[in-house]
Design a protein around this ligand. Structure first.
Ligand SMILES: *Cc1c(COP(=O)(O)O)cnc(C)c1O
Length: 364
């Protein structure tokens, strides 16, 4: 048996006819950039998330960048974020010449340790970005409480968690502005690069729409320095179709995660603790073990191909050497980076494949 970490083709084949028809319509209408298919997806996606407004953009990274611009974060400002995330969470902060200020994660949930936030707040702090890591919501009410107390903006990075629930509410509806990635490998993946933003604030929505379109709401009149970060029509059409299946696909991921949680009995392995307030959509199913590289080779020899998310926490990335952090600054995140391994996880995994992975882990 050969079990890849991710298999995008299986999902494509399950919607192939519908998607091909939709792409054909976009081409027939020459609605290549923005346009009616993107408008339609935005309306559906806002409704899905339980917010008033959503905007399609060119990637999750660009969504994070535009969130910072929309909130007027600028040079000299500081933005607090968890250190164990995909580095793009911090890129947005750096793109506006503000300074990312990292916080360690909780050793059990691996999400931002909200108790570690307050000591990082200075008079330059303007915002906090929380990341729903691996698809599991962080404690948004606790983070929001701190943000409100210090008059800071609150942003969610929902790139890994589309559809996840926090106290029964969809992620993306919990903060001032939230950011999504529709990168092909994410739970709601386009067939190319795409991302989105969601907000209940009409002013923010207007600003995002302008920024993504050359700083312009009226053609050829430019209010400010803008960007070309529009979503392609084809992605809008594909995402509208895939959104209809998202809950079903996320439910399959949950059921696979349940099998992993119940089946894996090896005391050498630990899993992400999921608090009662969170319903994860398991973008990733991550385990930790002391000899991670040994376990990885062992699984690969059996035809199982796990991933590592992520081998280097943000503060130890070369790109952020100038911030002056060092090894030992964030022990929980550093431990996670040394010991984490992501098991195969996608809705189309079969019961037999899941059982094979569990059996291999229990024999390790
Ligand atoms: C994928 C991801 C991003 C970036 O999204 P892209 O669409 O790849 O630019 C940002 N943050 C997190 C947590 C991610 O997982």
């Amino acid at each position: 048996m050969k079990i890849p970490f991710l298999d995008l083709k299986k999902q494509y084949l399950s919607v192939k006819d519908e998607v091909s028809d939709a792409i054909g319509r976009v081409l027939d209408d020459s609605a290549y950039s923005g346009g009616p298919y993107v408008d339609a997806f935005e309306a559906e996606f806002a409704k899905y998330c339980g917010v008033k407004y959503s905007t399609g953009v060119s990637s999750g990274t660009d969504a994070l960048h535009l969130a910072m611009r929309t909130l007027d974060i600028e040079a000299g400002d500081e933005v607090i974020l968890p250190v164990n995330t995909f580095v793009a969470t911090a890129w947005g902060v750096s793109y506006v010449n503000a300074k990312p200020v990292f916080v360690d994660c909780d050793p059990e949930s691996w999400n931002i340790d909200h108790k570690a936030i307050e000591s990082k707040i200075t008079d330059k702090t303007k915002a906090i970005i929380g990341v729903h890591l691996y698809g599991q919501p962080f404690d948004a009410d606790e983070v929001k409480k701190i943000a409100r107390k210090y008059n800071l903006k609150f942003v969610e990075d929902c790139a890994q968690a589309v559809g996840a629930l926090y106290k029964g509410r969809r992620v993306g509806s919990l903060s001032d502005v939230s950011c999504f990635s529709f990168y092909p490998g994410k739970n709601l993946g386009a067939y190319g690069e795409a991302g989105g933003l969601a907000t209940d604030n009409a002013e923010y929505d207007k600003r995002i729409r302008s920024l993504r379109n050359h700083g312009s709401l009226v053609k050829y009149y430019h209010e400010e320095l803008g960007f070309n970060m529009r979503m392609d029509g084809i992605h809008g059409a594909v995402l509208s179709i895939k959104l209809k299946y998202l809950d079903e696909w996320n439910e399959k991921r949950r059921s696979i995660a349940k099998s992993y949680r119940q089946g894996i009995k090896n005391p050498k392995l630990k899993m992400q603790r999921c608090p009662d307030f969170a319903s994860s959509v398991y973008h990733l199913f991550v385990i930790t073990t002391e000899d991670r590289d040994g376990l990885k080779s062992y699984l690969e020899a059996k035809g199982i191909y796990p991933g590592i998310h992520y081998p280097v926490p943000c503060h130890l990335q070369k790109a952020y050497a100038h911030l002056g952090y060092k090894k030992g600054d964030f022990p929980n995140a550093e431990h996670l980076s040394r010991s984490c391994l992501s098991l195969p996880m996608y809705p189309e995994l079969t019961e037999e494949e899941v059982a094979f992975v569990i059996d291999a882990l229990n024999r390790y």
